[in-house]
Design a protein around this ligand. Structure first.
Ligand code: EPU
Length: 347
Protein backbone atom coordinates (compact mmCIF):
# COMPACT_ATOMS: atom_id res chain seq x y z
CA UNK A 1 0.00 0.00 0.00
CA UNK A 2 1.23 3.49 -0.78
CA UNK A 3 1.99 5.49 2.30
CA UNK A 4 -0.27 8.29 1.09
CA UNK A 5 -3.34 6.05 1.27
CA UNK A 6 -2.64 4.94 4.84
CA UNK A 7 -4.63 6.59 7.61
CA UNK A 8 -2.03 8.98 9.06
CA UNK A 9 -2.90 8.00 12.62
CA UNK A 10 -1.86 4.45 11.70
CA UNK A 11 1.64 5.70 10.89
CA UNK A 12 4.28 5.45 13.60
CA UNK A 13 3.91 8.51 15.83
CA UNK A 14 6.73 10.91 16.72
CA UNK A 15 8.45 10.11 13.43
CA UNK A 16 8.75 12.11 10.24
CA UNK A 17 6.82 10.71 7.26
CA UNK A 18 6.74 11.84 3.63
CA UNK A 19 3.86 12.26 1.15
CA UNK A 20 1.02 11.56 3.53
CA UNK A 21 -2.64 11.92 2.57
CA UNK A 22 -4.54 14.41 4.72
CA UNK A 23 -7.94 13.18 3.58
CA UNK A 24 -8.76 11.47 6.86
CA UNK A 25 -7.39 14.35 8.88
CA UNK A 26 -9.83 17.02 7.73
CA UNK A 27 -13.54 16.61 8.37
CA UNK A 28 -14.38 17.90 4.86
CA UNK A 29 -12.65 14.70 3.66
CA UNK A 30 -10.79 16.71 1.02
CA UNK A 31 -7.87 15.05 -0.68
CA UNK A 32 -4.54 16.84 -0.23
CA UNK A 33 -1.07 15.63 0.50
CA UNK A 34 1.45 16.73 3.08
CA UNK A 35 5.01 16.75 1.81
CA UNK A 36 6.11 15.94 5.37
CA UNK A 37 3.92 14.80 8.25
CA UNK A 38 4.65 14.38 11.94
CA UNK A 39 2.22 13.30 14.67
CA UNK A 40 3.48 14.42 18.06
CA UNK A 41 2.12 12.57 21.08
CA UNK A 42 4.07 14.39 23.80
CA UNK A 43 5.47 17.80 24.59
CA UNK A 44 9.02 16.47 24.26
CA UNK A 45 8.22 15.14 20.83
CA UNK A 46 6.74 18.53 19.85
CA UNK A 47 9.88 20.29 21.04
CA UNK A 48 12.08 17.87 19.11
CA UNK A 49 10.38 18.47 15.76
CA UNK A 50 9.99 22.22 16.29
CA UNK A 51 13.73 22.48 16.99
CA UNK A 52 14.31 20.94 13.57
CA UNK A 53 11.62 22.50 11.41
CA UNK A 54 8.72 24.93 11.72
CA UNK A 55 5.48 23.45 10.37
CA UNK A 56 3.54 25.26 7.66
CA UNK A 57 0.31 23.78 9.02
CA UNK A 58 -0.65 22.63 12.52
CA UNK A 59 -3.56 20.22 12.63
CA UNK A 60 -6.07 19.96 15.43
CA UNK A 61 -9.01 17.80 14.47
CA UNK A 62 -9.08 19.26 11.00
CA UNK A 63 -12.68 20.26 11.59
CA UNK A 64 -12.30 23.90 10.88
CA UNK A 65 -9.98 23.61 8.00
CA UNK A 66 -10.48 23.92 4.27
CA UNK A 67 -7.41 22.60 2.46
CA UNK A 68 -7.38 23.81 -1.11
CA UNK A 69 -4.11 22.25 -2.29
CA UNK A 70 -1.21 19.97 -1.34
CA UNK A 71 0.85 21.29 1.54
CA UNK A 72 4.50 21.93 0.76
CA UNK A 73 6.53 21.54 3.94
CA UNK A 74 5.71 20.06 7.32
CA UNK A 75 2.21 19.32 8.62
CA UNK A 76 2.33 18.94 12.39
CA UNK A 77 -0.47 16.93 13.95
CA UNK A 78 -0.74 17.59 17.68
CA UNK A 79 -1.93 14.38 19.33
CA UNK A 80 -1.13 14.87 23.01
CA UNK A 81 -3.60 12.83 25.11
CA UNK A 82 -4.51 13.33 28.75
CA UNK A 83 -7.63 13.34 30.96
CA UNK A 84 -6.69 14.41 34.45
CA UNK A 85 -8.49 15.83 37.47
CA UNK A 86 -6.11 18.42 38.90
CA UNK A 87 -8.20 19.55 41.82
CA UNK A 88 -11.52 18.86 43.53
CA UNK A 89 -12.96 22.05 44.94
CA UNK A 90 -16.28 22.67 46.57
CA UNK A 91 -18.85 21.33 44.12
CA UNK A 92 -16.40 21.55 41.20
CA UNK A 93 -13.50 19.79 39.53
CA UNK A 94 -10.60 21.38 37.73
CA UNK A 95 -9.64 19.11 34.84
CA UNK A 96 -6.76 19.16 32.39
CA UNK A 97 -7.21 17.65 28.95
CA UNK A 98 -4.68 16.87 26.22
CA UNK A 99 -5.05 18.88 23.00
CA UNK A 100 -5.36 15.70 20.93
CA UNK A 101 -8.38 14.29 22.76
CA UNK A 102 -11.39 14.23 20.40
CA UNK A 103 -13.80 16.88 21.71
CA UNK A 104 -16.99 14.83 21.70
CA UNK A 105 -15.34 11.78 23.29
CA UNK A 106 -14.12 14.00 26.09
CA UNK A 107 -17.58 15.56 26.54
CA UNK A 108 -19.05 12.03 26.75
CA UNK A 109 -16.44 11.19 29.39
CA UNK A 110 -17.49 14.20 31.51
CA UNK A 111 -21.15 13.17 31.21
CA UNK A 112 -20.28 9.66 32.39
CA UNK A 113 -18.46 11.12 35.37
CA UNK A 114 -21.53 13.24 36.13
CA UNK A 115 -19.73 16.55 35.53
CA UNK A 116 -21.70 19.52 34.23
CA UNK A 117 -20.70 22.37 31.94
CA UNK A 118 -19.93 20.88 28.55
CA UNK A 119 -23.27 19.14 27.82
CA UNK A 120 -24.53 21.84 25.40
CA UNK A 121 -21.30 21.44 23.42
CA UNK A 122 -21.92 17.76 22.63
CA UNK A 123 -21.21 16.43 19.14
CA UNK A 124 -19.00 19.31 18.02
CA UNK A 125 -16.38 17.84 15.71
CA UNK A 126 -12.69 18.45 16.32
CA UNK A 127 -10.21 18.06 19.16
CA UNK A 128 -9.83 19.74 22.52
CA UNK A 129 -6.76 21.77 21.52
CA UNK A 130 -8.58 23.43 18.64
CA UNK A 131 -11.61 24.39 20.74
CA UNK A 132 -10.17 27.53 22.41
CA UNK A 133 -8.77 28.90 19.16
CA UNK A 134 -12.23 29.73 17.94
CA UNK A 135 -14.02 29.61 21.29
CA UNK A 136 -16.45 26.93 20.08
CA UNK A 137 -20.06 27.46 21.00
CA UNK A 138 -23.53 26.05 20.63
CA UNK A 139 -26.97 26.34 22.28
CA UNK A 140 -26.16 29.30 24.48
CA UNK A 141 -22.82 28.00 25.78
CA UNK A 142 -19.29 28.82 24.71
CA UNK A 143 -16.03 27.17 25.61
CA UNK A 144 -15.02 30.24 27.62
CA UNK A 145 -17.86 29.62 30.13
CA UNK A 146 -16.02 26.64 31.70
CA UNK A 147 -12.49 27.53 30.59
CA UNK A 148 -9.80 27.67 33.29
CA UNK A 149 -6.64 28.22 31.30
CA UNK A 150 -4.46 26.45 28.79
CA UNK A 151 -0.87 25.39 28.27
CA UNK A 152 0.80 26.23 25.00
CA UNK A 153 4.25 25.82 23.57
CA UNK A 154 5.87 28.96 22.24
CA UNK A 155 7.04 27.99 18.74
CA UNK A 156 10.09 30.19 18.90
CA UNK A 157 11.40 29.73 22.45
CA UNK A 158 10.03 26.17 22.84
CA UNK A 159 8.94 27.12 26.37
CA UNK A 160 5.58 26.12 27.82
CA UNK A 161 3.40 29.05 28.80
CA UNK A 162 0.13 29.32 30.73
CA UNK A 163 -2.74 31.43 29.34
CA UNK A 164 -5.68 32.41 31.52
CA UNK A 165 -9.07 33.54 30.21
CA UNK A 166 -8.02 37.19 29.90
CA UNK A 167 -4.86 36.26 28.00
CA UNK A 168 -6.99 34.36 25.45
CA UNK A 169 -9.17 37.42 24.62
CA UNK A 170 -12.16 35.26 23.70
CA UNK A 171 -14.86 36.63 21.43
CA UNK A 172 -17.56 35.17 19.20
CA UNK A 173 -15.77 32.26 17.44
CA UNK A 174 -12.59 34.18 18.13
CA UNK A 175 -9.53 34.36 20.38
CA UNK A 176 -6.06 35.91 20.50
CA UNK A 177 -4.81 32.76 18.71
CA UNK A 178 -6.70 33.79 15.57
CA UNK A 179 -5.35 37.33 15.78
CA UNK A 180 -2.10 38.67 17.19
CA UNK A 181 -0.76 35.29 18.34
CA UNK A 182 -1.78 33.49 15.16
CA UNK A 183 0.80 30.81 14.34
CA UNK A 184 2.94 31.63 17.37
CA UNK A 185 1.84 28.95 19.85
CA UNK A 186 0.86 25.29 19.89
CA UNK A 187 -1.81 24.48 22.44
CA UNK A 188 -0.99 21.26 24.30
CA UNK A 189 -3.48 21.15 27.22
CA UNK A 190 -6.74 22.87 28.12
CA UNK A 191 -8.24 23.23 31.61
CA UNK A 192 -11.92 23.41 32.50
CA UNK A 193 -13.79 23.91 35.74
CA UNK A 194 -16.81 21.61 35.69
CA UNK A 195 -19.60 21.27 38.22
CA UNK A 196 -20.06 18.11 40.27
CA UNK A 197 -23.33 19.22 41.80
CA UNK A 198 -25.43 22.40 41.63
CA UNK A 199 -25.19 22.35 37.84
CA UNK A 200 -26.07 25.50 35.95
CA UNK A 201 -28.13 24.51 32.93
CA UNK A 202 -28.76 26.48 29.73
CA UNK A 203 -32.03 25.25 28.27
CA UNK A 204 -33.33 28.29 26.43
CA UNK A 205 -31.68 27.75 23.09
CA UNK A 206 -32.98 25.62 20.26
CA UNK A 207 -35.40 22.91 21.27
CA UNK A 208 -33.58 21.65 24.36
CA UNK A 209 -36.36 22.45 26.82
CA UNK A 210 -39.16 21.13 24.64
CA UNK A 211 -37.30 17.86 23.98
CA UNK A 212 -36.81 17.30 27.72
CA UNK A 213 -40.44 18.14 28.43
CA UNK A 214 -41.63 15.88 25.62
CA UNK A 215 -39.73 12.98 27.17
CA UNK A 216 -40.75 13.89 30.70
CA UNK A 217 -37.08 14.21 31.68
CA UNK A 218 -35.63 16.60 34.20
CA UNK A 219 -32.48 18.49 33.20
CA UNK A 220 -29.17 16.74 33.88
CA UNK A 221 -25.85 16.83 32.01
CA UNK A 222 -26.84 13.50 30.44
CA UNK A 223 -30.41 14.41 29.41
CA UNK A 224 -29.27 17.77 27.96
CA UNK A 225 -26.39 16.15 26.09
CA UNK A 226 -28.81 13.57 24.63
CA UNK A 227 -31.14 16.38 23.52
CA UNK A 228 -28.28 18.33 21.88
CA UNK A 229 -27.06 15.19 20.11
CA UNK A 230 -30.62 14.61 18.82
CA UNK A 231 -31.00 18.22 17.59
CA UNK A 232 -27.58 18.34 15.94
CA UNK A 233 -27.90 14.93 14.28
CA UNK A 234 -31.17 16.08 12.78
CA UNK A 235 -29.83 19.09 10.93
CA UNK A 236 -26.05 18.81 10.79
CA UNK A 237 -24.42 16.14 8.63
CA UNK A 238 -22.17 13.57 10.32
CA UNK A 239 -18.61 14.28 9.08
CA UNK A 240 -17.99 10.51 9.04
CA UNK A 241 -20.67 10.24 6.32
CA UNK A 242 -20.73 13.62 4.54
CA UNK A 243 -17.63 15.81 4.67
CA UNK A 244 -18.29 19.15 6.36
CA UNK A 245 -16.94 21.47 9.02
CA UNK A 246 -20.12 22.72 10.71
CA UNK A 247 -20.92 26.36 10.09
CA UNK A 248 -18.86 27.68 7.21
CA UNK A 249 -19.47 31.40 7.87
CA UNK A 250 -19.91 33.37 11.08
CA UNK A 251 -23.26 34.96 11.85
CA UNK A 252 -22.81 38.63 10.91
CA UNK A 253 -23.23 41.40 13.49
CA UNK A 254 -24.63 44.87 12.86
CA UNK A 255 -24.93 48.25 14.49
CA UNK A 256 -28.52 49.31 15.15
CA UNK A 257 -28.54 51.67 12.16
CA UNK A 258 -27.21 49.04 9.78
CA UNK A 259 -29.65 46.46 11.12
CA UNK A 260 -32.67 48.75 10.73
CA UNK A 261 -31.60 49.43 7.16
CA UNK A 262 -31.53 45.68 6.50
CA UNK A 263 -34.89 45.20 8.20
CA UNK A 264 -36.39 47.79 5.82
CA UNK A 265 -35.51 45.44 2.95
CA UNK A 266 -36.87 42.35 4.68
CA UNK A 267 -39.12 42.82 7.69
CA UNK A 268 -39.12 39.05 8.35
CA UNK A 269 -35.36 38.82 8.95
CA UNK A 270 -34.57 36.73 12.07
CA UNK A 271 -32.28 38.54 14.53
CA UNK A 272 -30.88 38.40 18.06
CA UNK A 273 -30.14 41.54 20.07
CA UNK A 274 -26.58 41.78 21.45
CA UNK A 275 -25.16 44.01 24.17
CA UNK A 276 -24.35 47.57 23.06
CA UNK A 277 -27.35 47.95 20.71
CA UNK A 278 -25.94 45.49 18.24
CA UNK A 279 -27.75 42.75 16.34
CA UNK A 280 -26.79 39.34 15.06
CA UNK A 281 -28.45 37.83 12.00
CA UNK A 282 -28.25 34.11 11.08
CA UNK A 283 -26.02 33.69 8.04
CA UNK A 284 -27.99 30.47 7.40
CA UNK A 285 -31.12 32.53 6.76
CA UNK A 286 -29.36 34.89 4.32
CA UNK A 287 -27.87 31.96 2.37
CA UNK A 288 -31.16 30.07 2.45
CA UNK A 289 -33.11 33.15 1.20
CA UNK A 290 -30.54 33.66 -1.54
CA UNK A 291 -31.59 30.20 -2.77
CA UNK A 292 -28.51 28.11 -2.00
CA UNK A 293 -29.90 25.57 0.46
CA UNK A 294 -29.48 22.04 -0.92
CA UNK A 295 -27.54 23.33 -3.95
CA UNK A 296 -25.14 20.80 -5.44
CA UNK A 297 -22.41 21.06 -8.04
CA UNK A 298 -20.60 17.77 -8.56
CA UNK A 299 -19.40 16.52 -5.21
CA UNK A 300 -19.62 19.93 -3.54
CA UNK A 301 -22.73 21.58 -2.18
CA UNK A 302 -24.79 23.21 0.54
CA UNK A 303 -26.43 20.95 3.13
CA UNK A 304 -30.15 20.50 2.54
CA UNK A 305 -31.08 20.87 6.23
CA UNK A 306 -28.76 23.75 7.24
CA UNK A 307 -27.76 26.34 4.67
CA UNK A 308 -24.69 27.44 6.67
CA UNK A 309 -23.02 24.08 6.20
CA UNK A 310 -21.03 23.42 3.04
CA UNK A 311 -20.51 19.76 2.20
CA UNK A 312 -18.27 17.42 0.26
CA UNK A 313 -20.44 14.48 -0.81
CA UNK A 314 -17.27 12.54 -1.59
CA UNK A 315 -14.32 13.05 -3.91
CA UNK A 316 -14.69 16.84 -4.01
CA UNK A 317 -11.79 19.25 -4.33
CA UNK A 318 -10.93 21.93 -1.79
CA UNK A 319 -10.47 24.51 -4.52
CA UNK A 320 -14.04 23.84 -5.80
CA UNK A 321 -15.46 24.12 -2.30
CA UNK A 322 -13.69 27.44 -1.82
CA UNK A 323 -14.94 28.65 -5.21
CA UNK A 324 -18.52 27.82 -4.20
CA UNK A 325 -18.06 29.56 -0.83
CA UNK A 326 -16.87 32.71 -2.61
CA UNK A 327 -19.83 32.59 -4.98
CA UNK A 328 -22.27 32.32 -2.08
CA UNK A 329 -20.52 35.18 -0.27
CA UNK A 330 -20.73 37.36 -3.40
CA UNK A 331 -24.39 36.50 -3.97
CA UNK A 332 -25.38 37.32 -0.37
CA UNK A 333 -23.51 40.60 -0.67
CA UNK A 334 -25.29 41.47 -3.92
CA UNK A 335 -28.74 40.53 -2.60
CA UNK A 336 -28.51 41.85 0.98
CA UNK A 337 -25.43 44.07 1.08
CA UNK A 338 -24.01 41.83 3.82
CA UNK A 339 -20.41 40.62 3.81
CA UNK A 340 -20.10 37.10 5.22
CA UNK A 341 -16.87 36.13 6.98
CA UNK A 342 -15.77 32.49 6.91
CA UNK A 343 -15.53 30.70 10.24
CA UNK A 344 -13.24 28.03 8.78
CA UNK A 345 -9.53 28.48 8.18
CA UNK A 346 -8.65 28.30 4.53
CA UNK A 347 -5.25 26.82 3.67
N1 EPU B 1 -32.09 29.19 9.22
C1 EPU B 1 -32.56 29.27 7.93
N2 EPU B 1 -32.22 28.28 7.05
C2 EPU B 1 -31.44 27.23 7.41
C3 EPU B 1 -30.98 27.12 8.74
C4 EPU B 1 -31.32 28.12 9.62
O1 EPU B 1 -33.27 30.20 7.57
O2 EPU B 1 -31.15 26.39 6.55
C5 EPU B 1 -32.40 30.29 10.15
C6 EPU B 1 -33.55 30.02 11.07
O3 EPU B 1 -34.25 31.23 11.22
C7 EPU B 1 -32.91 29.65 12.38
C8 EPU B 1 -31.65 30.49 12.34
O4 EPU B 1 -31.28 30.53 10.96
O5 EPU B 1 -33.70 29.98 13.45
C9 EPU B 1 -30.52 29.97 13.17
O6 EPU B 1 -30.19 28.64 12.77
P1 EPU B 1 -29.56 27.59 13.79
O7 EPU B 1 -30.36 27.55 15.04
O8 EPU B 1 -29.37 26.31 13.06
O9 EPU B 1 -28.17 28.21 14.25
P2 EPU B 1 -27.02 28.96 13.42
O10 EPU B 1 -27.04 30.38 13.86
O11 EPU B 1 -27.09 28.67 11.99
C10 EPU B 1 -25.23 28.63 15.30
C11 EPU B 1 -23.79 28.22 15.33
C12 EPU B 1 -23.69 26.70 15.33
C13 EPU B 1 -24.41 26.18 16.55
C14 EPU B 1 -25.87 26.63 16.47
C15 EPU B 1 -26.65 26.23 17.70
C16 EPU B 1 -22.52 29.98 14.23
C17 EPU B 1 -21.80 30.42 13.01
N3 EPU B 1 -23.10 28.78 14.18
O12 EPU B 1 -25.74 28.23 14.04
O13 EPU B 1 -22.32 26.37 15.45
O14 EPU B 1 -24.34 24.77 16.62
O15 EPU B 1 -25.93 28.06 16.38
O16 EPU B 1 -26.26 26.99 18.80
O17 EPU B 1 -22.53 30.72 15.22
C18 EPU B 1 -20.38 25.83 14.19
O18 EPU B 1 -19.91 26.88 14.61
O19 EPU B 1 -19.73 25.05 13.44
C19 EPU B 1 -21.75 25.49 14.54
C20 EPU B 1 -22.38 24.44 14.02
Amino acid sequence: MLESTVKPTALKPDTLHHDVSLQRLNTFGLEAKAQRYYRATSIDSLKRILAEEQPVLVLGGGSNLLITKDVKGLVLHVDVRERKVLQVREGCVLVQVGAGEPWHDYVMHTIKEGYGGLENLSLIPGVVGAAPIQNIGAYGVELKDTFSGLLALNRETLKEEFFDEDDCEFGYRDSVFKRKLKGKYIITHVRFTLTVDRHDYKLEYGDIRSILEGKGQSPSPKSISDAVVAIRSNKLPDPAKIGNSGSFFKNPEFTETAFLELQKQRSDIPHYPLPGKRYKVPAAWLIDQAGWKGYRRGAIGVHDKQALVLVNHGGGKGADLWALAKEIKQDVETKFGVKLIPEVNVV
